[in-house]
Design a protein around this ligand. Sequence first.
Ligand code: URA
Length: 239
Amino acid sequence: MRLDKLLAHSGYGTRKEVKSYIRQGLVSVNGNIIKKDDYHVDQHLDKIMIDGEYVNYEEYVYYMLNKPAGYVSATTDNRYPTVVELIDDYYRDDLFPIGRLDIDTEGLLILSNDGKLSHELLSPKKHCPKIYYARVKGIVDENDIELFMKGIQLEDFTCQSSILKIININNGISEVTVEIYEGKFHQIKRMFLSLGKEVLYLKRLQMNNLKLDENLKIGQYRRLTDEELNRLKNQSVIQ
Ligand code: URA
């Protein structure tokens, strides 16, 4: 990788700015000052320093976002802002959301540049569990719990047995959690609609073994910890 690209991708400035640092002699590779911005480095092996500080180039990055409503789960969109735009401490253009939440859905979304993890979590064969909190118009009852357990039939698809739990019912609105194992378009909303009930609010709480950090306010994000990432990777194959 070019030295100027590596520095820009590591957050040390724009391509123009880091070129200027290189020319000023502020950058060394394995102890030697390098003044050529097109100098090629091995990002895994070379020890790169800028202004006396070691550069830590991370190949893969993993973020947990508490997605707000109004943002699309995509990398580009010509009508709405995207979830990628919310991650403002990332300096490359290879970040994408792992899976999709509807524009009006909030909660846990993982963003990464790791295609392998994305495949592991999203492959239909892996049956990755996802837990949602929902507010539903109408009274959810034991019969609904049983129907979810048996597997809801949508127009084009029969859902796997899923776990519906009632948290509270008040003024004709039911608060529930639902655990599903697929990720079909509008799946939770369609599951309730098939029972004649409308989802008023939806928030993802958990994906596989990763729980939304309750300290993250809507729109906030943080990196996954090593422990979270290891758990997510090691248990991502669920049969
Ligand atoms: N199910 C839905 O209906 N919407 C989502 O965003 C996620 C699951």
